[in-house]
Design a protein around this ligand. Structure first.
Ligand code: GLY
Ligand code: MN
Ligand code: MN
Length: 451
């Protein structure tokens, strides 16, 4: 067995314990996706499937049978068969028997036998759990299995009487990161923090955004991160005010800031870090003032990340600080809005801060799990618990506009860190990425290229 198999066996047992006795769950990994011609995108497993199996090959399905009466729970893997000819081209594949042993399954079959086996495995089973409405192909396949079982009705065999959404249960499990997951996330964040520091050291007037992107990707990969966790945003000057900018093809100029939002994926876990720094290595006065405000908002948000406080508290804290700053700096008209609360009630702050202050982070950058307690009628923001991982990412984006002080035009700033909720607060995973003005300026003085 692989070292990680015990973790996956335990997760499957926990899932099985939450299912109806004797019921069956089915979960497929992600398909391979064609990019163009006959070239695929780099393969990335499905996060739910990997969470329960640790098995990273495509064309694989997990079937989990919950315990009933005296029969214990069973986990079955369907995967690609060994194929010496294909393995010459594409590399090693486990095949069912080796995969069963390495990943701790009770049984394993070739993927080609899935439909035939499901007809048997769903016989006399009370309920089926799967990713409801996730893909039309899966819905059609499930429908085929159910029809096949119903066709045996005359022999006295009953088909599942109900279907349930499997992913809802898994979302709750994935929301709380165990020690192993936190260690991987710490590694992903540390690698990305190092990449940000490298990118700062590299930046100077005249570089193109894609050159900075290349530094980030180089640093991710040379430390073993398998992928960027998302397409990096390297947004210089006015591009920083385009939230999802990722063309990364503009030349950075003296006097501008560059906003870099980049994280990597390490062994299936993502980091997501944003830093904003001056192209020349020194913040201008206007940039310094806005940067200090965003940093203050982030500190206020982090102070709210404590077990028991609602998830929404950090956003409210950040918005409160930012709105007060917008009034003080004349971004918002003090004569129109008497207080930050007035400005927030009128949604005036959205002109300069239009996104949320964070999101769950884990195997997916925007990780799974509800943000509200859906069991309560008023759907309150859910309280934070130790083991939850999230980003804290306030920003300010000043597009030119009437009444907007000109010295702030085209300045876009975001500061984003990754944190895990602890027993009495939170632990910052991405703290190695320079953030204080003095730390950034000092680091940039060491640049090899000068500037
Ligand atoms: N990089 C995506 C985000 O910050 O949410
Ligand atoms: Mn983020
Ligand atoms: Mn980000």
């Amino acid at each position: 067995m692989t070292a990680a198999a015990a973790t996956h066996i335990e997760r499957r047992a926990r899932l099985a314990a939450r299912m109806q006795p004797g019921s069956v769950a089915v979960l497929a990994t992600a398909p391979e996706v064609l990019r163009n011609g006959d070239s695929d995108y780099p393969y990335r497993h499905d996060s739910y499937f990997y969470y329960l199996t640790g098995f990273a090959e495509p064309e694989a399905v997990l079937v989990l049978l919950a315990a009933t009466g005296g029969t214990p729970a069973r986990a079955i893997l369907f995967c690609r068969e060994k194929n010496p000819e294909r393995e010459i081209w594409d590399g090693y594949r486990y095949g069912p028997e080796a995969a069963r042993i390495a990943f701790g399954f009770d049984e394993a079959f070739p993927i080609g036998e899935l439909d035939a086996q499901m007809g048997k495995l769903l016989a006399d089973v009370p309920a089926l759990y799967y990713a409801l409405g996730h893909s039309a192909a899966l819905d059609a396949q499930v429908s085929g299995w159910l029809k096949a079982v119903r066709a045996q009705g005359r022999s006295g065999i009953a088909a599942p009487a109900s279907t349930h959404h499997l992913l809802g249960i898994l979302d709750e499990m994935r929301l709380l990161k165990d020690a192993g997951e936190q260690a991987l996330m710490g590694r992903a964040a540390a690698l990305a923090a190092g990449a940000h520091a490298r990118a700062m050291r590299f930046t100077r007037p005249g570089v193109f955004e894609y050159e900075i992107e290349a530094e980030l990707l180089h640093e991710f990969r040379r430390h073993g991160a398998q992928f960027p966790a998302y397409t990096p945003i390297v947004a210089s000057g006015p591009n920083a005010c385009v939230l999802h900018y990722n063309q990364n093809n503009r030349q950075c100029r003296e006097g501008e800031l560059v906003l870099v939002d980049a994280g990597c994926e390490f062994d299936g876990y993502a980091s997501d870090i944003t830093r904003t720094w001056p192209v020349s290595g020194r913040f201008s006065e206007a940039q310094r003032v806005l940067y200090a405000l965003v940093l203050q908002a982030q500190q206020a948000a982090c102070a709210e990340i404590v077990p028991g406080k609602p998830y929404s508290a950090m956003h409210e804290a950040a918005v409160g600080v930012l709105a007060a700053g917008m009034l003080d700096l004349g971004l918002l008209d003090k004569n129109k809005y008497g207080s930050p609360e007035d400005a927030i009630a009128a949604k005036a702050h959205l002109q300069f801060y239009m996104h949320g202050t964070g999101h769950w982070l884990g195997m997916d950058v925007h990780d799974v799990g509800p943000y509200r307690d859906l069991a309560q009628a008023e759907r309150p923001s859910r309280p934070l618990l130790p083991g939850m991982a999230l980003t804290v990412e306030p920003g300010l984006y000043v597009r030119p506009g009437e009444g907007v002080p000109e010295q702030y035009w085209n300045i876009g700033i975001r500061i984003e860190d990754d944190v895990v909720v602890t027993d009495d607060g939170c632990r910052v995973l991405s703290g190695d990425a320079p953030k204080a003005v003095a730390d950034i300026e000092n680091l940039m003085k060491e640049r090899v290229h000068g500037g």
